[in-house]
Write a new protein. Structure first.
Length: 289
């Protein structure tokens, strides 16, 4: 009863006067004081969610070019002098990160919803590019061929394997193969191991789903806020995907599963490992690390 009474008293009266006294003493509002005490990146940006300022809540819905106006509105509402350029810059970065994360998810979701279309010339070109990047010394004998199994697709026409993640799955595979060609070829070679082998392309698409789900539920916020001092873009999502592919391959061979039949079990174990890493406020998960 006493705890409840104190909580009511603090929320109703004490907190208001405490904030008022601190502002009087420091000449700074609560948001300024919080920003001053936190490290740039996830620590600072995630702290914004604790402040019930309407313009801050609205910031997640604005475009990149509108963030500057949001910053001015916050400073006006909180009576912060425009000459406080340090706070202004820090708030601008944080609001870019918040609104950019929302936009990135929408962009990723939009690409995921695009079904692979074998009648679309651009889709077909990306699929052929994937083959050429991974198998530069072997030509495809036909568009529909069992050769696709050599890079880890299930059948003779890869389009059926993209149903779950749509074009996003293909774009991720191509990005990794293009930007980390040597690593991609090495992992493809390892995936053909006689005992520990797995279907490279199918696993790659599965990891696209993992990256997508982590972005959707907000688990990538700390990683992206620490990685980018501004607006996160599609490239940064692809970079995280590359990290997953590289790390999963290492994880798979370290675990030495009895067979590919246990894939879901080890996939979930890897997923839990990544989620634990993402809980750290200072986390940055990139292939360079």
């Amino acid at each position: 009863m006493l705890v409840y009474f104190w909580g009511f008293l603090y929320g109703k009266y004490v907190r208001f006067w405490l904030k008022w006294i601190l502002r009087l003493l420091t000449q700074k509002c609560e948001l300024q004081r919080v920003f001053d005490g936190l490290k740039a990146g996830a620590q600072r940006t995630l702290s914004i969610g604790n402040h019930g300022i309407i313009v801050l809540r609205n910031a997640v819905h604005v475009e990149e070019g509108e963030v500057e106006k949001c910053v001015r509105d916050v400073m006006k509402e909180k009576k912060i002098a425009q000459k406080d350029t340090g706070f202004k810059t820090n708030l601008h970065v944080s609001l870019l990160q918040i609104s950019g994360y929302k936009k990135l998810y929408l962009d990723v979701e939009s690409l995921r919803k695009v079904p692979y279309d074998s009648d679309n010339e651009e889709h077909e070109e990306q699929l052929i590019e994937l083959w050429n990047l991974l198998m530069p010394h072997e030509n495809l004998k036909a568009r529909i061929t069992k050769q696709w199994c050599d890079i880890g697709f299930q059948g003779d026409d890869p389009k059926t394997d993209f149903r779950g993640m749509g074009l996003l799955g293909l774009v991720n595979l191509v990005y990794f193969s293009k930007h980390y060609t040597n690593e991609a070829r090495q992992i493809l070679s390892r995936s053909n191991h006689p005992k520990l082998g797995y279907s490279y392309a199918i696993v790659g698409i599965n990891l696209t789903e993992m990256a997508y789900s982590l972005l959707k539920n907000g688990a990538l916020k700390s990683h992206l806020y620490n990685m980018i001092s501004g607006w996160p873009r599609m490239e940064h999502f692809h970079q995280f995907y590359c990290y997953l592919v590289y790390e999963f391959d290492k994880f798979w061979f370290e675990e030495e599963p009895e067979s590919i039949m246990h894939f879901n079990q080890y996939r979930e174990k890897f997923h839990e490992k990544i989620k634990r890493l993402l809980l750290h406020c200072d986390v940055i998960l990139t292939l360079q690390n």
